[in-house]
Design a binder for this molecule. Structure first.
Ligand SMILES: [Zn+2]
Ligand SMILES: [Zn+2]
Length: 129
C-alpha cells in the first residue's frame, strides 16, 4: 500500500536517467545519499505483480538476476535497457524496457529501499579489497 504522506528522505533532490548512454539511473536524495542503479538491476527489481510473483517463487531479492537451473547452459539474453521513462505523478517513475515490459511503477520510496550501495546493502555483500 502506498503511503499518502511522502517522507522527505524518500524524495529525490535530483534524478538522472541515462537513457541514451544506457548506463542506468543516478539519484541524489534529499538527505544527501546517492544511489546508482544499472538498468539490468532495475529490470530485475521490477515491482509489478508479475515480476514480484516470479521473484517470490524463485526466492530472489529485487535486483537479483534469475538463477540458472542446475545443469542449464546460460542462454544469451540482451542486457536489459530502458527505452523510455515517464514520471508517474510525483512519487514514481515508469520504464518501458527493451523486452516490451512496462508494468512496473518504481516509486521513489521503493528505489530508495532497493538502493544497491554498500551502505544500504540491498545488493548483497561488497567484497573487501
Ligand atoms: Zn514487471
Ligand atoms: Zn544506498
Amino acid at each position: 500500500m502506498l503511503d499518502p504522506t511522502p517522507r522527505v528522505a524518500n524524495d529525490p533532490k535530483s534524478a538522472k536517467i541515462n537513457l541514451t548512454a544506457g548506463t542506468g539511473v543516478e539519484i541524489e536524495w534529499k538527505d544527501g545519499h546517492r544511489s546508482s542503479y544499472t538498468f539490468p538491476f532495475l529490470r530485475d527489481a521490477c515491482p509489478c505483480a508479475l515480476c514480484d510473483d516470479e521473484r517470490e517463487k524463485s526466492g530472489r531479492k529485487p535486483g537479483e538476476p534469475p538463477k540458472l537451473a542446475p545443469g542449464a547452459l546460460p542462454m544469451f539474453k540482451a542486457a536489459a535497457k530502458a527505452l523510455s521513462v515517464e514520471q508517474v505523478g510525483k512519487y514514481a517513475i515508469r520504464f518501458a524496457w527493451n523486452d516490451n515490459h512496462d508494468l512496473g511503477i518504481y516509486s521513489w520510496a521503493y528505489l530508495r529501499e532497493i538502493c544497491p550501495c554498500g551502505e544500504c546493502g540491498a545488493g548483497g555483500q561488497v567484497s573487501g579489497g
